[in-house]
Write a protein that binds this ligand. Structure first.
Ligand code: ZN
Ligand code: ZN
Length: 224
């Protein structure tokens, strides 16, 4: 039923993709910094047991959870993962209303209850998040949601639902705004090195160079 977890390597890091169940097929990522053994979980959308198994297989525990945004398919596994690894879950302050409303509309969208994350830490602006041995740069990319962000590592980036492989996130959900998303994507791609790999919230990865070429011809997209 499940595809095997993919694993990629970038310098000091390994990245394991855990694709969550239908219908959303959301990509959760476990990033492991090999020299220190530190591990971060990006967007645990569900199936915390599968994600925890990947973390445990990496050795040690999880050192943090990062959310690109607060939609239920990206945070549905946070609560359960935090019962295994008692670590804070970080997100942008502008995403707080989205995260706060998850319980109400997850029921309608996903026909299931989403337990709220227990330890949330909000950052503002575009901080550089310091972990033991490495840093993660935040790029604020609102548009799909008001507080969407991308997380930039050395050589790879997590773009959530801001940008997919030849596609962009929907803007018809509460707080979405097409022109804002278009501006965010343009700005994001300008700041990244062409060889950097882009890991999105759904679907396969691609590179900044591929994304720039595609974006240059995506002007006929209707951003509302
Ligand atoms: Zn989303
Ligand atoms: Zn999503």
């Amino acid at each position: 039923m499940f595809s095997a977890n993919n694993q990629d390597s970038f310098g000091d890091f390994s990245i394991t993709t855990v694709i969550n169940t239908p219908p959303w097929y959301e990509n959760c990522y476990v990033v492991r910094h090999r020299p220190t053994g530190r591990q971060l979980v990006i967007d645990p959308g569900g199936e915390a047991d599968r994600i925890a198994a990947v973390v445990t297989a990496g050795g040690g525990g999880a050192d943090g959870i990062l959310l690109t945004h607060g939609h239920p398919d990206h945070l549905g596994g946070v609560h359960d993962l935090q019962t295994v690894f008692d670590v804070p879950c970080r997100a942008h302050r502008e995403e707080q209303p989205v995260i706060a409303s998850v319980a109400s509309w997850a029921g309608a969208l996903m026909r299931q209850r989403i337990p709220a994350p227990r330890r949330l830490e909000y950052f503002t602006d575009e901080p550089v998040l310091a972990y033991d041995g490495f840093e993660v740069r935040v790029v604020f990319t609102p548009g799909h949601t008001p507080g969407g962000v991308c997380y930039v590592f050395d050589g790879f980036v997590f773009t959530g639902d801001t940008l997919f492989n030849r596609g962009v996130g929907r803007t018809d959900l509460p707080g979405g705004h097409g022109p804002t998303l278009a501006a965010s994507i343009g700005r994001l791609l300008e700041t990244l090195t062409p060889s950097a790999r882009l890991y999105s919230g759904h679907g396969p990865a691609w590179t900044v160079a591929e994304a720039r070429a595609w974006w240059a011809h995506a002007a006929d997209y209707d951003f509302g």
